[in-house]
Design a protein around this ligand. Structure first.
Ligand SMILES: Cc1cc2nc3c(=O)[nH]c(=O)nc-3n(C[C@H](O)[C@H](O)[C@H](O)COP(=O)(O)OP(=O)(O)OC[C@H]3O[C@@H](n4cnc5c(N)ncnc54)[C@H](O)[C@@H]3O)c2cc1C
Length: 428
């Protein structure tokens, strides 16, 4: 077994596999190490895989819009299939319901700048297009076990409609598709091995050591360990200059039976949830961190309840039923728990570090599955620029998004940035 590579990637989630694919197809030798038994078994495996375009920054919107084009041309993006099949993008359209404090004009301006098609809808438009969705205003979100939760609505709300939003039908399989594409270019995936140490020499990374006693040497090491990102950064000893930090946050997503209607993606900060339909016609409901619900921050990313709870189920199902009054809520809990790797401002960190040769693609904050098609290229641009001797901290790398022709400034993802002004939740 060859234990030397140009690039070692820690983590074979959807982002790690994308990073591996970009470097492998650029002709670099790549080894990916993951402690799990296959691709996409970390946060990727729990992902709702929603594809939407509302982000607080131009770069965020542009990355999501470019990625959406790549998901639609997934086979072309990968240069082939995965034993004859691939994960699939389902175009459902999406509505982001208006909510107090939301910068609607700013969002629309970003859509105009990037070229994302959208329409502004009134409550009447929502009722006309999706009669089962009630555009009533309940803001602010309330705990579902409080009396106020059942208060009557105090008005109606409009929304922003993006016809091109949707979802990917199998998040882990999408990661596997990227693994297969990377393997076609020679990438070597090693599962069931935990990275336990990072070797350095004179301020530069030289390799890793794994729980199986292997030493793998490399020129470039990339931390794509999802909710374990901070653990790996501590092994590398790089956190001193990070202005933006990452923390694991437990999250639940529940599935409710559909009622035969076709639902779009609904981002509903008025009630503190999002939902989308599944290929089978059910509804997947997740939380949007409403202030009234305590957040489940984890001290240790491995120490959490992996099962959906009744409290989590009722919070999300009852909120969904306020928005879709005809919904049937079974008594049995059906859901999953996953973990976000949340950054200080809910924007990811795609960056170099002060340890030469050591890079990070972390802090994906519950909102970067959709951007997997472009993040591999982001890392490649940052690594190639830095390794060519340019100081990415001072002169940030720029990256051309090939399908939309937009160039983005990768300094926006810097670990040294002032925290961006964002929604402060999964919307990013
Ligand atoms: C419940 C939930 C819903 C979400 N919904 C959406 C959504 O609708 N849309 C969207 O865009 N995004 C969504 N996300 C976010 C998205 O899924 C993540 O941003 C994305 O999957 C992160 O991928 P990753 O490859 O960075 O991390 P992960 O998928 O977590 O992969 C990290 C990998 O690193 C491995 N690892 C960790 N430590 C070590 C170690 N020491 N040694 C070796 N391997 C290690 C793990 O085993 C894991 O496989 C959601 C996330 C969750 C949890």
């Amino acid at each position: 077994m060859n234990n030397t590579a140009d690039v070692v990637v820690i983590g074979a989630g959807v982002i790690g596999c994308s990073v591996a694919y970009e470097f492998a197809r650029a002709g670099r030798s790549v080894i990916v190490v993951d402690r799990a038994s296959g691709a996409g078994q970390g946060s990727t495996g729990a992902s709702s895989a929603v594809v939407r375009f509302n982000y607080s920054t131009f770069t965020g919107v542009a990355a999501a819009w470019e990625s959406r084009q790549a998901w639609e041309a997934w086979e072309e993006h990968l240069g082939g299939t995965d034993e004859g099949s691939l994960a699939k993008f389902h175009r459902t359209g999406g509505i982001v319901l208006d909510v107090e404090g939301m910068d609607i004009q700013g969002s629309c301006r970003l859509f105009d700048d990037v070229g994302v098609p959208y329409e502004r809808w009134t409550a009447t438009d929502i009722r006309h297009r999706f009669p089962s969705i009630d555009p009533a205003r309940y803001f602010p979100p309330k705990p579902v076990d409080s009396e106020e939760f059942w208060d009557a609505a105090d008005g109606e709300i409009g929304a922003t409609w993006t016809p091109d939003a949707g979802f990917i039908d199998d998040a882990s399989f999408a990661a596997h598709n990227l693994l297969a594409a990377a393997q076609r270019h020679g990438a070597d995936f090693r599962f069931g091995q935990t990275v336990v140490a990072i070797d350095t020499e004179q301020g530069r990374v030289t390799g890793i050591r794994t729980s199986k006693g292997d030493s793998i040497s490399c020129d470039v090491l990339i931390n794509v360990a999802g909710p374990h990102s901070a653990v790996i950064n501590e092994l590398a000893g790089v956190l001193d200059d990070f202005r933006i930090r990452t923390r694991p946050l437990r999250q639940e997503v529940h599935e409710l039976p559909g009622d035969g209607n076709e639902y779009p993606l609904v981002a509903d900060l008025d009630l503190g949830i999002y939902f989308r339909r599944t290929p089978a016609g059910n509804l997947l409901v997740g939380g949007a961190e409403p202030e009234c619900d305590p957040l489940e921050w984890l001290g240790d990313p491995d120490d959490f309840n992996p099962r959906a709870t009744r409290d989590g189920y009722e919070a999300q199902a009852y909120r969904a039923a306020r928005r879709v009054p005809e919904l049937n809520i079974p008594s049995a809990v059906r859901g999953i728990a996953g973990v976000y790797d949340v950054s200080s401002d809910w924007v990811p960190i795609y960056d170099r570090t002060n340890l030469d040769g050591y890079y990070v693609a972390i802090g994906t904050s519950g909102n970067q599955f959709k951007n997997a098609p472009v993040v591999g290229g982001f890392l490649r641009s940052i690594v190639e620029t830095t390794e060519a001797g340019v100081d990415h901290d001072q002169t940030p790398a720029h990256h051309l998004l090939p399908r939309t022709g937009i160039t983005v400034n990768l300094g926006d993802y810097s670990r040294l940035r002032e925290p961006s002004t964002t929604a402060g939740n999964v919307m990013g």
